[in-house]
Design a protein around this ligand. Structure first.
Ligand code: KG4
Ligand code: ZN
Length: 411
């Protein structure tokens, strides 16, 4: 079957087309062939403000969705001009109703639907939460418009679950999915979420712990803002932290000690807002006591600060995840979400999984699949294909069947 998947939970507009065969709801051997996976990043738009503004992100999604869809269809060889003249005024008024709150998107979608014929797609998968609600709604309404107009069933997808299940894609090899031994402990760490999840099987999860305030990615982003380094903070801090420590000669060495919040608490919860505050005050003090007018001194101190910030975050993530894996006798640890793109975090998880002779398999996605993309939505939609909703004759009833939910929980 061919799945068209749409992901707009935050600031990336992702659309993917996945061809999939086999595989039961609990996993099993499946053949996947990625036909396309297009992501339009909004980083440039949000860079100026050092964070994502939902209203601005919603506007960008409205602008990006149709061009990204055209690119994804074209790359999959599924874009064909419609010569039938099927588009009627009745259909136009339905599209207007579905996209009542997304007028800019409607302006782009109507000519697209007029120009191109229904593609050879069997299922539409759409992220309906959790995430930024205005962003989620654009994607959900776009997916509903396509589903209703083309008469293709639609399946809602949980974004957190998709950060986990993207690991079932065994790329670039095409020989079926990775053999992930269950139960597994999944650590989903992104700009909006930090959760430790017990995965018993596909579709059966228990959230063991989560952040009580900021997410780990948010902490990276805010730390970078405090250090005046730009957005998004995770990759910038990681790059800085990776610079050669030998170049830090004694003259420039400063003693930086940041807290590891909740590292010894008996639960699996996190708290990163205190770390952010500590970064703010430590940085303020360093600025007062160091020669910041000298560029190289400033840079060397930034490197040391970046190393300590990254390590403080890794330390708590690692300790709590390993504790959960031990307590629940997990056979695998699965990493997902933007922060799991962090090389040092991957390296330290790998080191512990191997050195402890724990028989723990460590699974993480390819780098570009750690951050948000449509492919993660497609594979999750595939495993939950039985929960599809077929567009009904009554538009009102159909529209009520899928709603965006910014606080959607994984179950
Ligand atoms: O999963 P994602 O793309 O979007 C959300 O669902 O939030 O994650 C984005 C987050 C940002 O906070 C970004 O700073 C962080 O992931 N991130 C990283 C790295 N790459 C992205 N954090 C640490 N190290 C990285 N290499
Ligand atoms: Zn995400």
């Amino acid at each position: 079957m061919k799945i068209l998947a749409i992901e707009t939970s935050c600031d990336d507009t992702g659309i993917a087309i996945l061809s999939a065969r086999g595989g039961s709801a609990s996993g099993g051997e499946a053949d996947f062939c990625v036909l396309s996976n297009i992501v339009a990043s909004q980083i440039k738009v949000h860079q100026k403000y050092g964070g994502v503004y939902p209203a601005m992100a919603k506007r960008e999604h409205q602008k990006n969705l149709v061009p990204v869809l055209i690119k994804a269809l074209k790359e999959s060889n599924l874009l064909k001009t419609d010569l039938s003249g099927n588009f009627t005024n009745v259909k136009k008024s339905d599209i207007s109703k579905i996209l009542e709150r997304e007028p800019e998107l409607e302006k782009k979608l109507t000519p697209f639907l007029k120009k191109y014929e229904k593609p050879d797609i069997d299922l539409i998968a759409i992220t309906n939460g959790p995430g930024l609600e205005p962003c989620l709604w654009v994607g959900v309404n776009f997916a509903k418009a396509l589903s209703y107009f083309w008469d293709i069933p639609i399946v809602p997808v949980n974004h957190i679950e998709s950060h986990i299940l993207v690991n079932y894609l065994d790329l670039p090899a095409q020989a079926g999915n990775k053999n992930i031994k269950l139960p597994a402990i999944a650590l989903v760490v992104s700009g909006g979420h930090t959760q430790i999840i017990l995965m018993k099987k596909i579709g059966e999860y228990e959230v063991l712990g989560e952040t009580r305030d900021d997410a780990a990615g948010e902490c990276f982003d805010k730390a970078a803002k405090i250090l005046g380094l730009g957005y998004p903070g995770g990759p910038i801090i990681a790059k800085l932290a990776d610079r050669d420590p030998i170049s830090i000669i004694n003259r420039d060495r400063v003693s930086i000690q940041l807290p590891r919040p909740m590292i010894n608490s008996k639960d699996y919860d996190f708290s990163f807002s205190g770390l952010k505050t500590a970064i703010f005050y430590v940085w303020k003090k360093i600025k007062l006591t160091s020669n910041f007018s000298d560029r190289s001194t400033r840079e060397l101190i930034q490197i040391q600060m970046a190393k300590e910030i990254q390590q403080a975050i890794i330390d708590v993530l690692l300790k709590k995840t390993l504790k959960a894996a031990k307590d629940y006798k997990a056979k695998s640890i699965i990493l997902g979400g933007g922060v799991s793109a962090n090389q040092e975090l991957r390296k330290q998880f790998a080191w512990y999984c191997e050195s402890q002779r724990s028989n723990l398999n460590l699974i993480f996605p390819e780098l570009n699949l750690s951050t948000d993309n449509g492919l993660m939505t497609a594979i999750t939609g595939f495993y939950h294909r039985r929960q599809k909703i077929t567009p009904s004759a009554s538009l009102g009833r159909f529209l009520r069947k899928i709603e965006a939910d910014g606080n959607l929980r994984i179950k």
